[in-house]
Design a protein around this ligand. Structure first.
Ligand code: ATP
Ligand code: MG
Length: 445
């Protein structure tokens, strides 16, 4: 009987282990070195955004499904196949955001930012969700840093947005940064081109893939972005958008080029860039870097101008331009290029008690030091002295603080410089000043 019970218990435990819960497919955990890297990257982004006077926006990670499915355009890959759609408990149709622009546009309209003085310049950083086939550098939850600038139709805004992305990559130390730009033209140019494409593809519709047959009906421009049919002659001989740009569109592109030249930013005009999202007008761009072994995934970020999106989502007619950068791909690029982010974070002081029943005095000082800007770690496991010193070494603590009965009674502390092994005894009141003088102020930590 006893044995049976015993067996039963073991069985239960093993069962639990068998069913160990794992992260969902296409997701990953951030911890260890990569958590330091991501926080550091975010700091660089914050500092960069201050330089350009862009303001941080945080919008919800889920929005009403119609924001993505209607407002933004129904013919994109993202919106057709890749969204995480669900009903909430109130029966509302919700979608985990697959990209950042739609949410910012919704927020811009809902908060009536269009009545404020233009331009409104926003940036965001956060998770996006797409139901894609997971592979290296491609996840179902991934992060993007992006900017959106509303209210200026001047090509100088396009150039500023492109320059932010280029300068960001330069600051990080990436090499071989290449900007590909193209123009999708204004409404009139697009409409003329659309007609030309419909005429051109009409006899070939039956030869196209299923997706493209669909695109023929809804958005023929996207046929040119097809990965299945891309090598067919009918694709290569298709009319070129550049031949359908009107004067206004040509001028816009020329100005963007002039402004990029003024900042010494290298670019090529690449007519094959049409972008996956179909709300763009005028400028579209992709920025790639030279990264060992990256192949087709060397596009680190992309963006464009969207002069009718605000209107499509239900706002007034306000132009906009923005970009998004994939953070994971960027991190992999930095890794492949052996670029280290940030400096190592060091512990200023490691504190432990010696033979203490009550650690209030120790806790009081540790709290005081942390509130005065020092990075302090302490012993929570009642280690013996030897192991505490080992732990301090492992943490590379610059100082070690020991508190025993004697220290408590005399209201003092013993502090040891972990490098020189010098020992100091001082009144509790003097410890902040002492560490300040030794560590060179609060900034160096
Ligand atoms: P791709 O052609 O590689 O699928 P995309 O056109 O779908 O890219 P965008 O919507 O323009 O990508 O997003 C901008 C950036 O976000 C990409 O350049 C890439 O770095 C990143 N990105 C897009 N999808 C993913 C994903 N599933 N996992 C990780 N990063 C992604
Ligand atoms: Mg994609």
């Amino acid at each position: 009987m006893l044995l049976l019970t015993f067996k039963g218990k073991i069985g239960k435990i093993l069962n639990g282990v068998d069913k160990m819960i794992q992260k969902p497919k296409g997701t990953y955990d951030i911890l260890g070195d990569s958590s330091d890297n991501i926080l550091y990257l975010k700091k660089i982004i914050e500092a960069l955004m201050d330089k350009y006077n862009y303001k941080y926006f945080k919008t919800p990670m889920f929005e009403a499904s119609e924001l993505f499915h209607r407002g933004v355009g129904e013919t994109t890959d993202i919106v057709n196949k890749e969204t995480y759609d669900f009903k909430d408990r109130g029966g509302r149709d919700m979608t985990l955001r697959p990209e950042g622009t739609a949410g910012i546009v919704r927020s811009f309209i809902e908060n009536k930012l269009y009545v404020s003085s233009m331009p409104v310049k926003a940036w965001y950083f956060g998770s996006m969700f797409r139901y894609e086939r997971p592979q290296a550098g491609r996840y179902r939850e991934f992060m993007q840093f992006g900017v959106e600038a509303f209210g200026a139709d001047d090509p100088i805004m396009d150039a500023e947005v492109i320059s932010i992305m280029v300068n960001f990559f330069k600051i990080l130390g990436l090499k071989g940064i290449k900007v590909n730009i193209n123009s999708l033209g204004d409404k009139e140019s697009r409409e003329n081109y659309r007609k030309a494409l419909l005429d051109y593809f009409k006899p070939y519709v039956k030869d196209l893939c299923e997706d493209c047959r669909n695109r023929y009906e809804k958005n023929p421009l996207r046929i040119l972005d097809c990965k299945v049919d891309s090598n067919k002659d009918i694709m290569k001989n298709a009319p070129k958008l550049t031949d359908y740009l009107n004067e206004n569109s040509k001028n816009h592109l020329e100005k963007v080029k002039t402004y990029l030249d003024s900042m010494n930013i290298d670019y090529i005009v690449n007519p094959s860039i049409v972008r996956g999202l179909d709300y763009y007008t005028h400028t579209v761009f992709e920025v790639e870097a030279d990264i060992k072994g990256f192949g087709s995934q060397n596009v680190l970020g992309a963006g464009g101008r969207y002069d009718h999106l605000v209107e499509n989502v239900g706002g007034p007619s306000v132009p906009g331009v923005g970009f998004a950068i994939g953070i994971e791909r960027l991190m992999l690029a930095l890794q492949a290029e052996n670029i280290k982010l940030g400096e190592e974070k060091n512990i200023d002081l490691y504190a432990f008690g010696y033979n203490l029943n009550d650690k209030s005095y120790l806790m009081n000082i540790v709290n005081l030091l942390r509130m005065n800007g020092f990075n302090v770690e302490m012993d929570y496991l009642n280690r013996n002295i030897k192991n505490n010193f080992k732990k301090a070494d492992k943490l590379k603590a610059k100082f070690i603080m020991i508190v025993g009965e004697e220290e408590m009674e005399k209201n003092i502390v013993t502090i040891k410089n972990n490098k020189t092994e010098e020992e100091f005894k001082m009144n509790k009141e003097n410890i902040v000043e002492f560490l300040d003088s030794k560590l060179g102020g609060l900034d160096e930590s």
